[in-house]
Design a protein around this ligand. Structure first.
Ligand SMILES: [Zn+2]
Length: 482
């Protein structure tokens, strides 16, 4: 699929499919007027008939439109545009593309998707997301990306930037969608090296031996139940002078989570290939920022393990010594992500970052609290939290703060060790997980994003196939580009 800027008059130039976004106020839109004029009133009659809905993400295909040199005129609704415009255009473009991707097309032209550069990049990313499905191992493919996508109301540089961001979102989705027998710490590492070489950032790989030397005992304990050795990856993008403090991005990469001896039931385990979505998110953000030549120093730390059961697996009641020296009592082996992150955060601190952001499919409790469309946002610094919340919302990806009062820490006080890896009972589970992580960031400004809900779709949406979503890749690529 190739993106091009359409320089000619979009309504006169022939194409296979002309995709036009229209909101509830369609009669006022210049796109409507152009179509109405070119079709000598036919398009007005179509819209007045009420058969074409402008409700958000409704797609209508009009075959052989009168007076318009397109095989299909595709109208996608954007509703009353009261939500975040980036979210609206991302979803509308994705919905149109997903509907069109049911068969092979040559030239598809998008008109009326966004005004600001941020909105246009969001819409282009949406189109890319709609063009890729999870049919990775189907003998008959069900999703076909068009050969050429033409974009109006923009320029070449904008389109290229949107394309890079959209491809990065799809990279995160592809990583998550790969099954756990193919995606494990070693193969994740191989793919990450390929991404790093292609995008042009550096990557350092810590294997099991190095992890032992580096005293990553919390991470190693989680990995012990699997015959697949763990890895820790350090990614570095150098876009600023060496003395400029980097931003650190940390990702949870549990390539499969059985829960360990605190075994998950079948229903809860079935989609646990997505437990590496945090690591995939960070890798995808690096792909974007390296290709966009972001002028910041950024370091990424990814902890890759598989959490299984064996005669050597870690047990309830075990006491681990994390890399930072803190001792941890294990009360639940399914609360393993925070153990992996504890050592990753400690490694990240050594890079002397200005700030740390971690991404993790950490708790079911966060999904209970906020649902599937909003990530939990927890921080030790109010302004940093406010900045992240407002920026992600502007990009159309929602994050929402949960409280971090000091009394929550009492719940993770250990009996024989410094801390334990779960709170008392199940209440406030997303927060006690964050309080656990806070023990490993010292006083660095830090934001924790619990993406357990929005990282994965159990069933398809009009704009995105089921499976990985690449949630927050777009926001943080934009955050670093801004
Ligand atoms: Zn778990």
């Amino acid at each position: 699929m190739k993106f091009e800027f359409c320089r000619e008059d979009w309504v006169q130039k022939p194409c296979d499919v002309l995709v036009v976004a229209l909101d509830d106020d369609w009669a006022q839109r210049s796109e409507f007027q152009s179509l109405d004029q070119a079709s000598s009133g036919w398009f007005r009659r179509v819209m007045q008939s009420g058969e074409v809905s402008t409700k958000p993400n409704k797609v209508s295909m009009l075959i052989a439109p009168t007076g318009i040199p397109a095989g299909v005129l595709c109208i996608v609704g954007t509703g009353n545009a009261s939500q975040s415009a980036c979210n609206t255009y991302f979803r509308a473009a994705g919905s149109a593309m997903k509907a069109l991707a049911s068969r092979q097309r040559s030239t598809v032209r998008f008109v009326g998707f966004g005004n600001s550069p941020l909105e246009i990049r969001a819409a282009i990313a949406g189109a890319l997301v709609g063009s890729q499905g999870q049919d990775l191992y189907k003998s008959e493919k069900s999703t076909f990306a068009p050969e050429i996508v033409e974009w109006t109301g923009s320029n070449d540089a904008q389109i290229r930037a949107g394309e890079i961001i959209g491809e990065s979102v799809n990279l995160a989705r592809l990583m998550v969608n790969q099954p756990p027998n193919r995606m494990y710490p070693e193969t994740f590492t191989d793919q990450a090296i390929e991404v790093a070489n292609d995008a042009g950032f550096s990557i350092e790989v810590w294997d099991k031996q190095r992890l032992i030397e580096e005293r990553c005992q919390a991470l190693l304990a989680v990995a012990r139940g699997s015959i697949r050795d763990p890895r820790l990856l350090i990614l570095r993008h150098r876009g600023a002078p060496p003395d400029s403090e980097p931003l650190a991005l940390v990702g949870k990469g549990v390539t499969f989570d059985s829960g360990g001896y605190s075994l998950k039931p079948t229903d809860g385990m079935l989609t646990m290939k997505c437990d590496m979505a945090g690591a995939a998110t960070v890798l995808a953000i690096f792909n974007a920022i390296a290709k966009l030549n972001v002028r910041r120093n950024v370091v990424g730390v990814l902890g890759l393990v598989e959490n299984l059961v064996s005669g050597d697996a870690f047990k309830l009641g075990d006491v681990l010594t994390a890399r930072s020296g803190k001792t941890i009592e294990i009360h639940n082996t399914d609360a393993e992500g925070r153990l992996v992150l504890a050592d990753c955060l400690d490694v990240a601190l050594e890079e002397k970052p200005a700030q740390i952001i971690d991404f993790a499919t950490l708790t079911g409790a966060c999904v209970v609290a906020l649902g599937n469309d909003v990530a939990g946002l927890m921080s030790n610094q109010t302004q940093f939290q406010v900045d992240v919340q407002s920026f992600t919302e502007k990009c159309g990806e929602y994050t929402w703060p949960l409280p971090m009062h000091s009394f929550y820490s009492e719940q993770i006080a250990g009996k024989v060790a410094d801390i334990k890896n779960v709170g008392e009972g199940r209440w406030g589970g997303a927060i006690t997980a964050a309080k656990f992580l806070e023990e490993f960031v010292q006083t660095k400004p830090w934001v924790h994003l619990d993406i357990a809900g929005p990282a994965f779709l159990d069933s398809a949406k009009p704009w995105c196939d089921a499976g990985g979503t690449g949630f927050l890749v777009r926001s943080f690529a934009e955050w670093l580009l801004a």
